[in-house]
Structure formats: C-alpha cells, structure tokens
Write a new protein. Structure first.
Length: 319
C-alpha cells in the first residue's frame, strides 16, 4: 500500500485528453471559458473561510460561487499530499459559474493551522466531515486528487454521506489491477534531512506540472509543501490500509464516478469500466498531462467535470 500511495509523487505527462472510448473528451463536453488566471481575478472571485475542528484546529477553505448564494449544488475538492486548496484555482473560477465550488486546505496544509496531532486517517476524514458541515453543504459531488482520492474514499467509507451524489477521482490508484511501482527506499531519510527535504520538495512541486503553472498556483504549491513538518509528510504517505480497501470501498458506491487519469492508470480505468454500468463510470484519460492534469489542461478538465456534474446532479434530482 505504501508503494501505491507514494506513486502520487511521480512525475506524469500532459495536455491532450481522450475519453475512455478514444474520443476527445472536450469535443462533446459543454464549452467552458479557458481558466487564464490572474491574482486579481482569483481574489475577486473567491472568498476565504475558517472554522475550528472538534479538536480545536483552525482549518481554511476557499469558496467560489458566482450565483450570489443561489446555487446549492456543490463541488467539493480535496487536494493531494502536502498540497493547498489554491491548486484548484482553475476549477474554482471556471466551474463556479455552474455550481458552488469549495476547496479545503487540510490540516497543516496551505493556510490551515499547523497541527501537532490529528494526521491519522480517522481524524483527517473527520476534518472533511466537519468542513462540509461548517460550509453548510447540501447535495454535493466530492472530488479528490492524488492522496485526496484515498482520503475521499476513506471519508465515504467512514461517514456514508447521504447527500453525496457523485465522485471525481483524479490521478491515483483505486486498488484495481496490479500494484503500481513505488519510490526509492530513502524517502524517510530524505524527509528527515532539512536540506535534502527542501531540495526534494522544490523539485516535486515543480515536476507535478507538465506545463508552466500560473505563478500564484506554483508559489502556493511550493510554500505549502515546504511548510508541512517532515514527520507529518511521512505519516501521510504511510496509510494503514491494503489496496483492497480502496477497491472494495468504491465497489460499494452506487453513484456516478468520474475517473480522470494519466495513462499510468489506464488499466485501473479499464477495470472500472468492466465492473460498473456505463451510467456509473466515466473514465477520462489525459494522454499528455502531468499529475496536476486539471492545471496543465484546465479547459478540457473543466469541460469534462462540468458535463459529468451536470448529468450527475440532474439524475439525482429525478430519483
């Protein structure tokens, strides 16, 4: 399992998107304005909120809603290992025309408080639950990227949210197929050496992008990564679950799933298509995108996410 989780740190590739049927996902998807972001645009379209968890930690989240509070359908985004909510700026700006969009800074990440404890899976998933309650989320689609995929699935398994209508799982293993390869065995040593750790995380924060990231996103990513204490970074990688946990958890979810991936996970996408009915799975492969595929090609990702979310919410209303 450690190998599967450490795969999220790998450098992947970049901007062309194809559907699971080999067609361009952006051709049939609704048109979404390209997410060319400036600092002033991001500031004007997003609001920042804080809440305290039940164990007293101050967590931060970002909200974007261009409906002036009229839109109740919500897209909730959970970032990856050491990553901040700010990495989702292209989605917060573009998709908030259609939904309320929220992105969480997990504890010790981004603008959330550095916590001495509570980085275990139970506390982290409880943070997600308390975040949703603090933000008064009603019907929602939960999107997780990288480690956020696993934490989203863990949250669903533990809390069984009744108003969850769909999942968007972005570029991580879901326990299908053969275990992906791991990383070098000196990871813990590197994290515990301040100079090596800084060099590693600066390179990691750059290499997750295939295309040059908007400066404010690139800066937020590296600052968040460097801010997380070494012991927390190590703990987050070492999840206490077998790979079967993720597979079995997803199998139990009778809701639509969008699986947005780079080619490394194609076999897992194929497995999901074989297991799930067509209306319950949408695999989108970004053939040339990096691990941050939603930043490398935000227009295509946003179009796919918009189409999936509109169909998912519409179907839920009919039930």
């Amino acid at each position: 399992m450690k190998q599967a989780l450490q795969l999220q740190l790998a450098i992947l590739l970049s901007t062309c998107v194809t559907s699971s049927f080999g067609q361009s996902a952006s051709k049939s998807a609704p048109q979404v304005q390209p997410a060319t972001i400036t600092s002033s645009q991001a500031s004007s379209q997003m609001t920042h909120h804080y809440f305290k968890t039940s164990d007293g930690v101050r967590l931060h989240y970002v909200e974007a809603d261009q409906s002036n509070g009229q839109q109740k359908q919500t897209l909730v985004l959970i970032p990856g290992w050491l990553m901040p909510a700010a990495v989702f700026e292209p989605q917060l700006i573009a998709l908030s025309k259609y939904f309320r969009v929220l992105a969480l800074d997990p504890r010790s990440h981004g603008q959330s408080e550095l916590a001495k404890t509570g980085h275990d899976p139970l506390r982290r998933t409880r943070d997600i639950d308390e975040f949703l309650k603090a933000a008064h989320v009603q019907d929602f689609i939960l999107g997780g990227w990288s480690l956020g995929v696993l934490e989203s699935l863990d949250y669903v398994a533990r809390f069984h949210p009744a108003n969850l209508k769909g999942l968007i799982l972005i570029d991580n293993s879901v326990g299908e197929g053969k275990p992906p390869g791991g990383r070098a065995s000196n990871f813990t040593e590197t994290m515990n050496d301040p100079k090596k750790r800084e060099a590693y995380l600066r390179k990691f924060s750059k290499d997750i992008f295939k295309q040059p990231a908007p400066p404010q996103i690139a800066d937020a990513v590296v600052q968040s990564a460097l801010r997380v204490p070494a012991n927390v970074a190590i703990q987050l990688i070492n999840q206490p679950y077998p790979r079967t946990y993720w597979r079995e958890t997803l199998e139990k979810q009778d809701i639509p799933v969008m699986y947005a991936i780079t080619p490394r996970y194609k076999d897992q996408g194929d497995a999901l298509e074989q297991k799930r009915s067509p209306e319950k799975i949408n695999v989108v492969i970004f053939e040339k995108a990096g691990h941050t595929l939603f930043v490398d090609d935000p227009t295509a990702f946003n179009a796919a996410a918009l189409e999936f979310s509109q169909k998912t919410f519409a179907s839920a209303q009919q039930q």
